[in-house]
Design a protein around this ligand. Structure first.
Ligand code: ZN
Length: 384
């Protein structure tokens, strides 16, 4: 079986429209599953909604055998964000290459990453059969809150479907620099209830907007009881939306704030929720909208040291220790996979994600395939 060219595979994936919503990720999953099955991977799909298909492809590994490490795992998503309002100079689904840049929605975030690890995995298929093994988790619905990954993680067959992993590579756009983690996202709705009355007789009602406004002011002053993280900085809180009242001449009986909290490694979301409940009091009810944990692996982790060394060997410079602000599927997958160390490492240009005329450098896609092959070979090498 010939190894697919990672650049041609990126082009093939970019040409399939998987803008989320509606997604239609099954289009990409179909061609990837075909390639991987032909190379000897066992493929299973998981649909969280019609045409919203994720794929788990696995090869090698002998689960439970003594002394054998768990498989190495790569993950990436095949949905892409909408095109935005501005006109594109390049066809967003054309995947044309001009001056070494591959243009199209998802070229950087992150069909190039998925293509690079799929090509590397197929190239290594032979050596993977008898070693600790490899699994690829290719997800749907990542851009709208890791929907596909959370659906797999919470499904009754999660354990059997995902297996465990000894280490996890998230091929999101990093320009092929290894990153140690990302902040968590904790989104809440703060609801205030009241009693409606005619606007000319407000004394007969109980105004929910006033309660919501007091809550917003309390949140402006809110301070986390967590020290800043050396790489991620401090946690943040922002009130992003405020809604209340249906018509000007009624006392509103309901109002709601939307709160966007970004947490750092070591912060527990349940504890954050408790603190907020205390600060906001009994007049406000908090409802979870999104709960994505932070992900962090210290640079001192032995596998992370290997990743940094392999990247340095290819690029000629030791990468800096950094984290990113966006969240990834690792937040959903890490626990069911057995809490492996996680690196975020992929060929896309981080500043190109979600942009008009998104592109990926072609040389970075080839470089990523080489790096991913290094990581696989290193993982499969007999331990010293
Ligand atoms: Zn992404």
């Amino acid at each position: 079986m010939a190894t697919p060219d990672p650049v041609a595979l990126t082009q093939a994936l970019v040409r399939l429209n998987t803008v989320n919503p509606p997604g239609h990720e099954d289009r990409c999953v179909e061609i990837l599953a075909d390639l991987l099955s032909s190379a000897g991977f066992s493929c299973r799909t998981h649909e969280f909604a019609p045409h919203r298909t994720s794929l788990v492809a696995r090869i090698g590994g002998r689960p439970g055998s003594a002394g054998m490490r768990a498989p190495l795992c790569f993950t990436g998503h095949v949905d892409v964000v909408p095109l935005g309002g501005a006109a594109w100079q390049h066809d967003p689904f054309g995947a044309e290459i001009v001056d070494g840049l591959l243009y199209g929605r998802g070229s950087s975030d992150m069909k190039s990453g998925v293509a690079a690890f799929t090509s590397a995995a197929i190239a290594c298929a032979q050596q993977l059969r008898d070693g600790p093994g490899l699994s690829l988790i290719i997800t749907a619905g990542e851009e709208t809150g890791c929907e596909g990954a959370f659906a797999m993680a919470s499904s009754p067959q999660a354990r059997e479907l995902l297996g465990t992993a000894g280490a996890l590579v998230v091929a999101e756009p990093t320009g092929n620099l290894p990153l140690l983690g990302h902040k968590g996202a904790f989104w809440l709705a703060a609801e205030a209830k009241g009693v409606t009355a005619h606007g000319s007789m407000p004394e007969r009602g109980d105004n929910a907007v006033y309660k919501m406004a007091r809550a917003a002011l309390a949140l402006e002053k809110f301070e986390f009881d967590t020290a800043a993280h050396p790489l991620m900085g401090a946690p943040t809180l922002n009130v992003g939306t405020a809604r209340g009242g249906l018509n000007i001449n009624s006392v509103p009986d309901a109002a709601e704030l939307g709160i966007d909290i970004r947490t750092v490694a070591g912060q527990d979301h349940a504890q954050v929720l408790q603190c907020l409940c205390r600060v906001l009091g009994s007049q406000i009810e908090l409802r979870k909208l999104l709960d994505v944990a932070s992900v962090f692996t210290p640079a001192t982790d032995p596998w992370m040291q290997r990743v940094f060394a392999l990247c340095a060997a290819r690029s000629g410079a030791m990468p800096e220790q950094r984290t990113v602000s966006y969240f990834t599927d690792a937040a959903a997958l890490r626990l069911p996979l057995g809490m492996p160390p996680v690196v975020i490492l992929g060929p896309g240009q981080p500043e190109m994600a979600h942009q008009t005329d998104e592109y990926c450098r072609v040389d970075r896609i080839r470089e990523a395939e080489v790096l991913f092959t290094d990581l696989i070979t290193d993982w499969c090498a007999p331990s010293p």
